[in-house]
Design a protein around this ligand. Structure first.
Ligand SMILES: NC(=O)c1ccc[n+]([C@@H]2O[C@H](COP(=O)([O-])OP(=O)(O)OC[C@H]3O[C@@H](n4cnc5c(N)ncnc54)[C@H](O)[C@@H]3O)[C@@H](O)[C@H]2O)c1
Ligand SMILES: [Zn+2]
Length: 356
C-alpha cells in the first residue's frame, strides 16, 4: 500500500493507494469518520460493478449505509442533480456528523463533493475514484462543482475530502479510451514537474498500457504526490496551482468547439500540450528534440496530437472567452526546460503561428 499525504494544515488528508482496498474500506473509514452513517453517491455504470462490494465492506464494519445513483455522464453534472441528491440525503436521515462517499469517476466526485459541502453547511466527504483521471487528478485537491448551461464548472467550491481511497484493481473494467485520458494527465505531470516520469513511460510503455499493477501504483502515487505538492502550496489557485492547466487552454477550446463530443478531456489536453510545447519552442524555452520526444510519447500511448480541420481563428476566439483568462490576457502554461513549466501571457499571434 502507498500513502500520499495532502498537507493543508487543518484540512490535511491521506490518499491510500492499493490493489483491492475497496473491500477493506470500512476498516479504514472508522479512523476518518465521526459517525457510522454514510451515503454512497455513484453512477449507473459504476453501481453495477462496484456498489455491492463497497456497501458490503462498510456494513461488515458496522456502518449504516445507503446509496444514491445518478445517470452516468457529464449531463448529470448540474444543479438539478445536486438538489435531488440533497433531498435524498435528508430523507435518508443524514446528520451533521454523517458522511458522503463518492464512488465513481470525476463526474461523481465533483457532484458528490458539492453535495457534501452544501448539506447542513458541510459534512464529511470521502473519495473513492474509479477512473484513472479521477485517481490522478480530480479526486485530489478539493475542487468540487457542477456545470451551468452557460459553461462547465461554473458553480463550485473548494471542499477537501477526509480521505481518498484508490483501488487500482477497478481500472481493469475501464474502457481503453478512458484509461488513455488519465495517461494524458500523468504525462502532463511529467512535463511540468518530473522529467523522470517521462523516462518511466518510455522504458515501461507496454506494461503501463497493459495496466500492470506495479506500474499503475507507481504512476498514480507520483501523480498524487505532484498534485498534492502543488495544491498544498496554492490551494485556491492564486498562482502556482495554475501550472496544472498545462495543455488545458487549447484543450478546453477544442472540447468546447466540438461540443464535448469529439474528444474526451485527456485527448484534447494531449493536443493542447503539444501545441503549447510549440509556443515554448518558438520562445526557445525548450529545444526541438524535447518537443519531438513529448510528441512521440503521446503518439505511442495512442493519444492524438492533431486537431484535424478545426479553424484556428475559432480556437483563438474560444481561448479569449475562457474564464481563466482574466482581463483579456491569454494565459498559457509553457514548459521551460525538462520537467518544469510556468504560466505566461501569450500573444494572439504566437498562438496563430503554431496552429495550422
Ligand atoms: N475536481 C477537479 O479537480 C477535476 C479535475 C479534472 C476533471 N474534473 C471533472 O471530472 C469529470 C471527468 O471525469 P471522468 O473522466 O472520470 O469521467 P466520468 O466520471 O464521466 O467517468 C467516465 C465513464 O467511466 C465510467 N466508469 C467510471 N469508473 C469505471 C470503472 N472502474 N469501470 C468501468 N467504468 C467506469 C463512468 O460511469 C463513465 O461512464 C469532468 O466533469 C471534469 O470536469 C474535475
Ligand atoms: Zn485535465
Amino acid at each position: 500500500m502507498e500513502i500520499v499525504n495532502v498537507n493543508l494544515k487543518n484540512y490535511s488528508y491521506p490518499i491510500y493507494i492499493s490493489n483491492g482496498i475497496l473491500s477493506d474500506i470500512g476498516l479504514y473509514l472508522r479512523n476518518h469518520l465521526r459517525s457510522g452513517r454514510a451515503i454512497i453517491i455513484t453512477d449507473s455504470n459504476v453501481s453495477n460493478i462496484y456498489l455491492q462490494n463497497a456497501e458490503d465492506a462498510l456494513s461488515k464494519d458496522g456502518f449504516v449505509v445507503s446509496h444514491l445513483v445518478i445517470k452516468a455522464g457529464e449531463e448529470s453534472k448540474n444543479l438539478y442533480t445536486v438538489k435531488r441528491l440533497l433531498e435524498e440525503c435528508f430523507d435518508f436521515g443524514l446528520l451533521r456528523d454523517s458522511a458522503v462517499i463518492a464512488l465513481g469517476g470525476g463526474v461523481v466526485g465533483d457532484i458528490a463533493g458539492l453535495v457534501a459541502a452544501l448539506y447542513m453547511r458541510g459534512i464529511d466527504f470521502i473519495q473513492i475514484p474509479t477512473t484513472l483521471l479521477a485517481q490522478v487528478d480530480s479526486s485530489v485537491g478539493g475542487k468540487v462543482g457542477v456545470n451551468l448551461d452557460e459553461g462547465k464548472n461554473i458553480v463550485g467550491s473548494f471542499y477537501q475530502p477526509k480521505a481518498v481511497f484508490i483501488d487500482t484493481s477497478v481500472l481493469k473494467t475501464l474502457n481503453k479510451r478512458e484509461v488513455l485520458g488519465g495517461i494524458s494527465e500523468i504525462i502532463k505531470y511529467g512535463i511540468i514537474k518530473d522529467e523522470s516520469l517521462l523516462n518511466f513511460f518510455e522504458t515501461n510503455l507496454e506494461k503501463i498500457l497493459n495496466l500492470d499493477d506495479d506500474m499503475m501504483r507507481y504512476l498514480i502515487k507520483r501523480s498524487c504526490e505532484i498534485k498534492s505538492d502543488v495544491v498544498s502550496k496554492d490551494e485556491k489557485e492564486n498562482n502556482i496551482r495554475a501550472i496544472l492547466n498545462y495543455g488545458h487552454t487549447i484543450g478546453h477550446a477544442l472540447e468546447s468547439i466540438t461540443r464535448y463530443k469529439k474528444y474526451i478531456h485527456g485527448e484534447a489536453v494531449a493536443i493542447g500540450m503539444y501545441y503549447a510545447g510549440k509556443i515554448a519552442l518558438n520562445r526557445k524555452y525548450i529545444d526541438e528534440s524535447y518537443l519531438l520526444r513529448i510528441k512521440n510519447l503521446l503518439i505511442s500511448c495512442g493519444l492524438p496530437v492533431d486537431y484535424g480541420n478545426i479553424d484556428k481563428y475559432e480556437i483563438v476566439k474560444c481561448i479569449k472567452h475562457d474564464k481563466k483568462n482574466r482581463e483579456g490576457k491569454m494565459k498559457f502554461v509553457l514548459p521551460i526546460g525538462y520537467g518544469n513549466a510556468e504560466v505566461f501571457d501569450v500573444l494572439e499571434d504566437e498562438i496563430l503561428n503554431v496552429l495550422k
